[in-house]
Design a binder for this molecule. Structure first.
Ligand code: F6P
Length: 366
């Protein structure tokens, strides 16, 4: 009987997921004694009745490395340990189906699981591992906020999207002598904002790790105006950035099993703050949103995702359960999932990239 490997893609999607799936299947097909199954919509497919599992063959994954999204589907809600159900009063609540999940894997004769996902998904991997599940993690997220890896795949493509937006906004800001604000994703980390600000030549970059002072930003804008009030400024702001005296901008998310808060609106708040502080020129705002997550992965992410996929299957062969593949330039290594989820990978305010930004004259708003 063939051994069975289950693959799932969990959390928010990102460019490169299909390239990982393809790499795992291609590498596994060289062993001849493995059968690969995919769970639909993260681990939900295992928990549905009937189960949502699909067989993955080299033919099925041919050419998918260039496609955005994930052929398996994904969700950033619920999961085995927070499964949404309605209680007796008809209100949504969540229940722990961890043991049910493990039992279902046994019923399906699953010998190994590869869980491709960000921080939330790898927390699920760790819980499953602690319950005896043979699991390997692969880090993905556009936010680049998972520790113990230089980069997660998906991040560089998101940076390309943000940089492309910057390039477009710079020309129109210059033509109209305006302040243009670009809000980018990244959750509690400023990686996308900082990379796009440097690559795109922003005047101001605001990130969660460095709270901003509005007067400092006004000063930077004023310095760029000539005596006829002409000039322009481009600002990149991370969705999690906030001023020194206020918290992040978010809305409540009532969806059962979902993260309780949904970030967004930092750019609009900044725009109001600049107006109130007397910004002398017009301001416009752009929220880049899910354009950073969709579409074709760039070459870097295709290659990283392929490296991760091949390595993850090799860790399956070595039975290195509870490990996650990791990029430590120039190597692809195995690290403990428990280490990778200990802390978020945040921008170091004293680090090289921040020094580079300051050296280029980019204001961090502090
Ligand atoms: O974690 C990836 C991410 O895109 C974050 O940058 C963002 O805050 C969040 O997901 C958005 O999630 P959703 O697609 O559920 O709005």
């Amino acid at each position: 009987m063939k051994k069975r490997l289950l693959i799932a893609t969990g959390g928010g999607d990102c460019p490169g997921l299909n390239a990982v799936i393809r790499a795992i299947v291609k590498r596994a097909s060289q062993e001849h004694d493995w059968e690969i199954l995919g769970s639909i919509d993260a681990f939900d497919g295992v928990l549905w009745d009937p189960m949502g599992l699909v067989e993955l063959t080299p033919e099925k994954v041919a050419g998918i490395h260039v496609k955005g999204g994930t052929i398996l589907g994904t969700t950033n809600k619920g999961g085995p340990f927070a499964w949404p159900v309605k209680d007796a009063e008809g209100n949504w609540t969540t229940v722990d189906r961890g043991q049910d999940f493990i039992d279902r894997l046994r019923y399906q004769n699953i010998d190994a699981v590869i869980n491709i996902g960000g921080d939330g998904s790898q927390r699920i991997s760790q819980q499953l591992f602690e319950m005896g599940c043979p699991v390997i993690g692969i880090p993905k997220t556009i936010d680049n906020d998972l520790s113990d890896t230089d980069f997660t795949f998906g991040f560089q493509t998101a940076v390309d999207a943000a940089t492309d937006a910057m390039d477009k906004l710079v020309t129109t800001a210059a033509s109209h002598h305006r302040v243009l604000i670009l809000e980018v994703m990244g959750r509690y980390a400023g990686w996308i904002a900082l990379h796009a600000a440097i690559a795109g030549g922003a005047e101001v970059c605001l990130i969660p790790e460095i709270p901003y002072n509005i007067d400092k930003i006004i000063k930077t804008i004023n310095e760029r105006l000539d005596n006829r009030g002409r000039g322009f400024a481009n600002i990149v702001i991370a969705e999690g950035a906030c001023p020194i005296d206020k918290g992040m901008v978010y809305s409540d998310n009532d969806t059962p099993g979902a993260m309780k808060i949904k970030l967004g609106g930092a750019g609009l708040r900044l725009s109001e703050e600049l107006r109130e502080a007397g910004c002398p020129i017009e301001i416009r705002e752009t929220i880049l949103g899910h354009l950073q997550r969709g579409g074709t992965p760039n070459a870097f992410d295709r290659i990283l995702a392929s490296q991760f996929g091949v390595k993850a299957f090799e860790l399956v062969l070595e039975k290195k359960w509870g490990h996650m593949v990791s990029y430590r330039h120039p190597n692809i290594e195995a690290v403990l999932i428990s280490d990778a989820i200990k802390d978020y990978n945040l921008v170091n305010p004293e680090g090289t990239l921040i020094r580079t930004a300051r050296g280029l004259g980019i204001s961090l708003g502090d």
